[in-house]
Ligand binder design. Structure first.
Ligand SMILES: *Cc1c(COP(=O)(O)O)cnc(C)c1O
Length: 473
């Protein structure tokens, strides 16, 4: 592609993006496709000769876009959001144009220093003490892996990095039964063994019971295990339950156990002073992760990881081959030593654009709006006789199910709700997802897309009621 064509198609792409974000509401949320439908429209081998960009763009529009689930659709209520915003997209475009590697200061000085400053801003916004230092990771899964590896190295005197496992370590990791599946994966990847992940019981609010944690740790210590790390969650994925950080931290302190806080989704709510109760005791944590790529209008990927013992982190990951040595290593942050990959994207740029463009008050205003939508939906569920609220609502996620009077068999209720979800999602007008709480099939609706408004939530719940009536008959 020549420079002139690049300019032309960049303008075209910009127009497409603006049209998309403006018009996404008129599309189906979930595409009407079967497995293989997209693949079958694509040639089996790559083209030998370069193709005209006009054709590439046309195929993007006719093959790819109709096969996408539209996460920026205001009627997308599934999972947790992965919302974006115009400033974030602009930052991402500029990042791509510069195509810089941000592994050490020297390879992108401005990227390193902007990341340092923006993470300091984030630390303040989240109400984390000044003893925390931040770094951007690609995902919460990676951040939690980094926490586990750092805890592992600190506990072993950095011997496992050196010699590998001796076989005598017998480390244990703890999370609640509601902790995220990425923790299970990270325990495996860190070489700790999934059988050494202990799932601690939760209370009626689905929050970890500190007494049960203490009991599990005490038993393990008696049996010769070493408690390595507790992963506590602020905002579980099933129901945004909040583990009692202060009480959990107390247990961790007693057993000299690393405390990692997984606030992947709900951490963003800590921008609101009225939500700070969720993180009470956070000063006793060793590490903390929140994903601006979920609920902070910053497109995937951007995960903010904070750690108290920066030295232990860097010592766990640092590696210094001659070809990466620079004269300023002693006075700058070389983020290649703060996580697993060497090569790093310039992720702080889009986050900086978002923070400056919204401003703190702009962000707070959006978050409060979304939480108010959650409250509206909670009220709507409570006042609809045929629906049942299935977990406490803290933020913008509401867990509920259809429960018509006279139907009390749990198996039947599961099937009804599964059919209900399928009917709603296949309709394409809105999208929600499911979980299981206490073994029961539960519908999850989270109002977190950037531009979701009351009219969307009202319409969505009206459709849910309509679909419920039709599923019943
Ligand atoms: C989404 C989520 C994760 C995983 O986040 P990734 O960035 O996709 O790895 C982990 N924990 C919780 C509580 C989550 O909501």
């Amino acid at each position: 592609m020549n420079k002139q064509d690049f300019r032309k198609y960049a303008h075209r792409a910009a127009d497409w993006m603006a049209d998309y974000l403006e018009g996404v509401e008129s599309m189906r949320v979930k595409p009407d496709v079967q497995p293989g439908d997209i693949k079958n429209q694509l040639p089996l081998s790559p083209p030998q000769q370069g193709e005209d960009f006009e054709r590439i763009m046309a195929d993007f529009q006719s093959v790819i876009v109709p096969g996408m689930t539209h996460w920026q659709h205001p009627m997308f209520f599934g999972y947790f959001p992965a919302n974006n915003s115009e400033p974030s997209v602009l930052g991402e475009m500029l990042t791509a144009a510069m195509g810089a590697q941000c592994m050490v200061w020297m390879t992108s000085p401005a990227a390193e220093e902007l990341e340092e400053r923006v993470m300091e801003w984030m630390r303040q916004l989240l109400g984390l003490p000044g003893t925390f230092t931040g770094v951007i990771q690609d995902s919460s899964s990676s951040a939690t892996l980094v926490a586990l590896l750092t805890a592992r190295e600190r506990a072993s005197g950095f011997a496992i990095n050196q010699k590998g496992f001796s076989g005598a370590e017998r480390f244990r990791v703890y999370k609640s039964t509601q902790g995220h599946s990425s923790i299970d994966k990270d325990v495996k990847v860190a070489g700790l063994g999934i059988e050494n992940l202990v799932n601690v019981a939760v209370d009626e609010q689905y929050a970890m019971i500190p007494g049960a944690l203490e009991e599990a740790i005490r038993k393990d210590v008696e049996a010769g295990y070493t408690p390595l790390c507790v992963v506590a969650t602020i905002g579980t994925t099933s129901s945004t339950a909040v583990d009692p950080i202060e009480a959990v931290a107390e247990v961790c302190r007693r057993y000299k156990c690393w405390l990692h806080i997984d606030a992947s989704f709900a951490g963003t709510a800590l921008l609101l002073p009225e939500m700070r109760w969720m993180s009470r005791g956070v000063e006793y944590a060793d590490s903390f992760v929140v994903n601006p790529h979920k609920w902070m209008f910053t497109n995937f990927d951007c995960s903010c990881y904070f750690v108290q013992d920066k030295e232990a982190l860097v010592r766990t990951f640092s590696i210094l081959p001659e070809y990466l040595r620079t004269g300023v290593d002693a006075v700058v942050n070389n983020y290649r030593d703060w996580g697993v990959p060497l090569g790093r994207r310039f992720r702080s740029l889009k986050l900086w654009f978002v923070l400056r463009s919204f401003g703190v008050e702009g962000l707070q205003c959006k978050l409060r709006d979304h939480i108010a939508l959650g409250a509206w939906l909670e009220d709507a569920v409570r006042s609809a006789a045929e629906f049942e609220l299935m977990a406490p609502r803290y933020l913008n996620l509401v867990c509920f199910r259809y429960h018509p009077s006279g139907v009390d068999d749990e198996g039947t209720l599961d099937r009804l709700n599964e059919m209900l979800m399928e009917q709603i999602n296949e309709g394409g007008r809105m999208f929600l997802s499911q979980t299981r709480l206490n073994g029961k099939f539960v519908l999850r609706m989270v109002a977190g897309q950037t531009n979701v408004a009351l009219r969307h939530v009202q319409q969505a719940f009206a459709w849910v009621r309509e679909a419920a009536a039709s599923v019943r008959s």
